[in-house]
Design a protein. Structure first.
Length: 176
């Protein structure tokens, strides 16, 4: 599939080809469907997974424009191969940012490694619990949507307040 996309110049870079080869589309297509055709496919819940050429186009645009320190907001992609592929593509930038934080003595290597491991574990657990427990209820119930969105917003706001308070402290207070 990726070779065909390269033949037609949809995939133009080696990095995007590697990312698309690492994320197996078959994991996101229901059994009985041919996962490697370049066409959208139904995945249940009145939704479809986009065609691979659309994913390749998005990744090509991101590769040229996503820079260290930038944020990418994924709206409407759902939990599927494009979301994971964007994460894989951005991993090099995250690694660079982590090394930059260590080299400037903001964090130790062990802090960065622990953060990466905990972040990975949390992400995997969130994905699995969402897919198994919350997804169906989220799609069909406004109240579940409200609880999830407000809970996520509250968590993000609390984290932001914590970070801002920490940044505004004097270095003498931090070392106590």
């Amino acid at each position: 599939m990726v070779e065909n996309l390269q033949t037609y110049s949809v995939v133009r870079s080696k990095k995007v080809a590697e990312v698309m080869e690492k994320v197996d589309r078959a994991l996101f297509v229901p059994d009985g469907n041919a996962p490697y055709y370049d066409s959208p496919m139904p995945i249940g819940y009145n939704a479809t997974i986009s065609a691979p050429h659309m994913h390749a186009t998005c990744l090509q645009l991101l590769e040229d424009n996503l820079q260290p320190g930038m944020h990418a907001l994924d709206v409407g992609s759902g939990i599927n191969e494009i979301t994971i592929a964007i994460g894989v593509l951005a991993l090099a930038f995250g690694s660079y940012l982590s090394w930059l934080r260590v080299s400037q003595l903001f964090h130790t290597v062990s802090q960065v490694v622990v953060g990466a491991v905990l972040g990975t574990i949390f992400s995997i657990l969130w994905y699995l619990s969402w897919d198994v427990i919350v997804l169906k209820a989220f799609i069909f119930s406004f109240w579940v949507q409200a609880i999830v969105v407000l809970g996520a917003a509250g968590f993000c706001l609390g984290f932001l307040v914590h970070v801002v308070r920490y940044w505004l402290r004097d270095e003498d207070e931090i070392s106590k």
